[in-house]
Design a protein around this ligand. Structure first.
Ligand SMILES: [Ca+2]
Length: 229
């Protein structure tokens, strides 16, 4: 009898609790600031885990992994590393820089680990605007559910095209119609000066069939609302 009761309680817990809860990367800003080797007056700043509408920053999920075409050598870990693309901190010393010169394709991407519905991507070169160089000028935001390294492969869908558009220096956000994606890539073919830099990629969305706000309620202590839109 007691055994049946225990089994019933365990089953009830699994039925009542959410199927999964969002688990974000740890953001230890003191550690990031202490590690920062940079003459910029702008030290690491926290990246939000949700926007003001309750959309989750899926790039900050613990399982989300970054990748890039290349990395400017000689700086990691003091400043520029591929993993700083989605480490939860803005600004130069927590950024990625490609080794590809402007005019050749450079790309940076995030694998969210599963397919989600997304509707907004944000990124910048230097969030605080201290450094004006290395800003993306011609770029596309690509999404895919199946991976292919080639940006021209038809598995990638273009959700935003900034051909001859304004350069991205401080963080900008790009909205588009909701789309299913596991991979988000920013493919850059021109910067305003030198090899391009991205200090953080943000991807906003949620599960296909769940209101993100209800998922987040029990994790409110971890959440930093995006106020600068
Ligand atoms: Ca970063």
């Amino acid at each position: 009898m007691i055994r049946k009761l225990i089994i019933f309680i365990i089953l009830a817990i699994f039925i009542v609790m959410p199927a999964s809860a969002w688990e974000f990367k740890e953001q230890d800003i003191k550690k990031a600031t202490d590690e920062c080797k940079d003459d910029s007056p702008c030290k690491p700043e926290l990246v939000p885990t949700t926007d003001k509408d309750g959309n989750v920053n899926l790039a900050l999920l613990k399982v989300a992994t970054p990748n890039a075409d290349s990395l400017l050598g000689g700086w990691c870990p003091a400043r520029h590393c591929t993993e700083y693309l989605n480490d939860g901190f803005y600004n130069n010393c927590r950024s990625w820089i490609t080794s590809k010169p402007s005019g050749q394709e450079a790309w940076a991407e995030i694998d969210m680990g599963a397919v989600y519905q997304i509707k907004k991507v944000g990124f910048g070169s230097d969030h605080c605007g201290n450094y004006k160089d290395r800003s993306a000028k011609d770029f596309k935001i690509l999404v895919a559910t199946k991976y292919n390294k080639d940006s021209n492969d038809n598995s990638w869908k273009v959700v935003y095209d900034n051909k001859d558009g304004e350069m991205v220096n401080q963080t900008k956000y790009f909205d588009f119609n909701p789309v299913e994606a596991r991979y988000v890539r920013i493919s850059i073919t021109k910067s305003n000066q030198s090899e391009v830099r991205i200090d953080e990629i943000e991807i906003y969305g949620g599960f296909l069939d769940v209101n993100p706000k209800s998922k987040l309620a029990s994790y409110w202590g971890q959440i930093k609302i995006l106020n600068n839109e």
